[in-house]
Design a protein around this ligand. Sequence first.
Ligand code: ADP
Ligand code: ASP
Ligand code: MG
Length: 402
Amino acid sequence: MSLIVQKFGGSSVADPEKVRRVAGIIAETYRAGNDVVVVLSAQGKTTDRLIATAKEYNPRPSKREMDMLLSTGEQQSVALCAMMLESMGIPAISLTGWQVDFKTNSNYSNAAIKSVGQERIRRELDARRVVLVTGFQGINKYDDITTLGRGGSDTSAVAIAAALHADLCQIYTDVDGVYTADPNKVRGAKKLDEITFDEMLELASMGAKVLHNRSVEMAKRYNVDLEVLSSYEKKPGTKVRRISKVEQAEVSGVAKDVNVARITVIGMEDKPGIAFGIFSTLAKEKINVDIILQTLGHGGAQSITFTVARGDGERACEILEQHIDELGFSGLDMDTHVAKVSIVGAGMLTTSGIAAKMFDALASRKINIKMISTSEIKVSVLVDEDDADKAVQAVHDKFFGD
Ligand code: ADP
Ligand code: ASP
Ligand code: MG
């Protein structure tokens, strides 16, 4: 007998028929004698709809009230699925974040997990019930409801699996595993039998939303046995592991992220402390900066270009404007029509020329690169948003084409 955590995403539980199918998977696992903890997302587009509804009441709602509202989506899912399981003769109980003592910090709308209680879940498992827990939500020290950020139910599932020392954490979704690129958008994307935590973390962080990046980080930290598989077809998915058993390909995947804005700070003196001034000012306001490029223009004036999440772009400019005198720049320029295209692969550690191969693919399609950044197992380029899909396809064809 094993303890298995199964997470089902929003599209997998969108309507009664889909919930019935999901309940079938859960029932089969339970009837095989396993302890089963299920984590569910809100049904279909419920979270998007709740966000739109909130805006009808207040264009800038507080994050606390948003979390209160959005958490209801997951609550509906677990209750309805528990009802479905009961109708099939499977004892089941649904629980919210606070009922399982899912503690987070108070960063509303993007809360970090502090601890997950085991007591209640264990008690229900001991009574041979399937335990259904709301994804995406927890409670903070004020007993307020918090949420973990969009796509956060994956992270809830991995956190529960880690806390309970589960034997396996299965992430069921609308594709049958992790692919070399988004299989719904890229021709010729290939399914991976397995991928390392490090590669998956980079891919997820670079825009492959099949797993929430923090879920991968947590799975790596607690060595959770993680698998991505289909809610619709019974077949093996993709195993996410510490070390890959198959020989490393030079590149494991290509990802695209349109949640990017590029900001250029123009006309600063070329002297020590300039970069520190800009980035410490942004850090104080909790704005994360990604790619950074510094250039020296004619006459010794320098400019610094960097990227931030698109939603932070306006605020980053406002904050810099407020400090224009001490930072000493002459102008700001923001471009929100950009996208980041990345290749990820542990094979880069041992193979040379991978970045050049990527640039070749882009050049042959006449795609202009605006910025480049590299890490040990990743190369990212910033391109015009209109070129992004073409860029992903070209790069994917180059590395994975037959
Ligand atoms: P869920 O609702 O189950 O959490 P998501 O929509 O969050 O599902 O994630 C699944 C989607 O991720 C797929 O439908 C697919 O379009 C997208 N995706 C992006 N990149 C990849 C990739 N490399 N492999 C698989 N799916 C990917
Ligand atoms: N329902 C939340 C969202 O849509 C969390 C999740 O699905 O993982 O982002
Ligand atoms: Mg998801």
